[in-house]
Ligand binder design. Structure first.
Ligand code: AR6
Ligand code: MG
Length: 303
């Protein structure tokens, strides 16, 4: 949902979105027709399909699934295209990503597709972390790329664990502290600490202050923290969280997708605005297929 909402303004800075659109609240036409999802969701679909079919992680199967689902018009990152081509031509799935950019990619491509791992393993944190790491390494071998995906998956799992009916609200400080405990790299620890001060301290910062501090780029460490922040700041509503994320500008489809995964894990499918659901592409692997994948993941978890 966040992917399709952010698609039309991908790459546009926050201030320009404000000038041109005021605020984006609904799906629009963009470089793809209104309601279309991009590579973010396409890869998430492949990841979920593979987890379901293999009843857990298989790198060989998952990389093949990414390749067979590949549709170039959805706007893939250049590193991901190269890895998938190399595997298609016979390179091993576990080695194809390691030489990209001279040490592996730290793009946000592993984090943007990881939600199904957080959902399937929400009650097994060690397993969640291990599967998040290995699924990421198929395309993103740089430690920043992997840790971004581990943090996003962990955050999805934490959000899925919250029973809003019982607790009434999300404990934001506890949530961010659990993420700080999982992080190992300075780039993430520093930004998670900033998020904690943004959500607990005086509200005297502008959106531009937050953008300067956390980033809105295609790099995992410049987008995963922003998605976590937008989710926590607007944790009372799925719609508000996703709109806030997309209007921050920059890598809007991906930050929207990751914020949406977090808010969806907290609020459930009933939190999604009806008109957004209607607008979402319902092609062969579109809305109905994605809904079914959600149900299949749930069945896999309880069996
Ligand atoms: N050194 C320098 N730049 C890097 C490095 C590195 N080690 N790693 C990544 N980049 P990529 P993705 C930069 O190509 O993560 C779609 O639009 C580099 O500029 O691995 O799958 C989605 O919507 C590289 O092109 O692809 C997402 O926004 C970029 O990070 C995004 O692409 C992306 O890394 C996901 O891309
Ligand atoms: Mg995209």
């Amino acid at each position: 949902m966040g992917d399709a909402l952010g698609m039309p303004v991908e790459g546009m800075p926050h201030n320009e979105i404000e000038q041109v659109y005021g605020s984006i609240k609904n799906m629009m036409d963009g470089w793809l027709p209104k309601g279309s999802y991009t590579d973010d969701t396409q890869l998430m679909i492949g990841l979920a399909e593979s987890l379901i079919e293999c009843r857990g992680f298989s790198g060989a199967h998952m990389s093949r699934q990414f390749i067979s689902n590949f549709e170039p018009h959805r706007g893939y990152g250049p590193g991901t295209i190269r890895v998938l081509n190399n595997v298609k031509e016979g390179q091993g799935w576990h080695e194809a990503a390691s030489h990209l950019y001279g040490g592996g990619s730290y793009g946000n491509g592993a984090a943007m597709r990881i939600a199904p791992v957080g959902i399937l393993y929400y009650d097994q944190p060690e397993k969640l972390k291990q599967v998040a790491e290995v699924t990421s390494r198929i395309t993103h071998a740089h430690p920043l790329g992997v840790e971004g995906a581990v943090l996003q998956a962990t955050a999805v799992g934490l959000a899925a664990n919250v029973d809003l009916i019982e607790s009434g609200t999300l404990n934001k400080i506890d949530f961010i502290e659990q993420l700080i405990a999982v992080s190992t790299l300075d780039e993430y620890q520093t930004k998670l600490d900033m998020i904690k001060s943004f959500i607990t301290g005086p509200k005297n910062h502008t959106n531009n202050d937050i953008i300067s501090a956390l980033g809105v780029g295609v790099q995992a460490h410049k987008s995963v923290p922003m998605a976590i922040y937008c989710f926590l700041e607007k944790c009372g509503s799925y719609r508000d969280a996703v709109c806030y994320a997309v209007n921050m500008g920059g890598d809007t489809d991906t930050i929207g997708a990751m914020t949406g995964a977090l808010a969806g894990a907290l609020h459930g499918v009933r939190g999604i605005p009806e008109e957004w659901l209607e607008d979402l592409e319902n092609s062969q692997k579109g809305r109905d297929h994605i809904m079914k994948l959600g149900e299949d993941l749930y069945d896999l978890h309880i069996n």
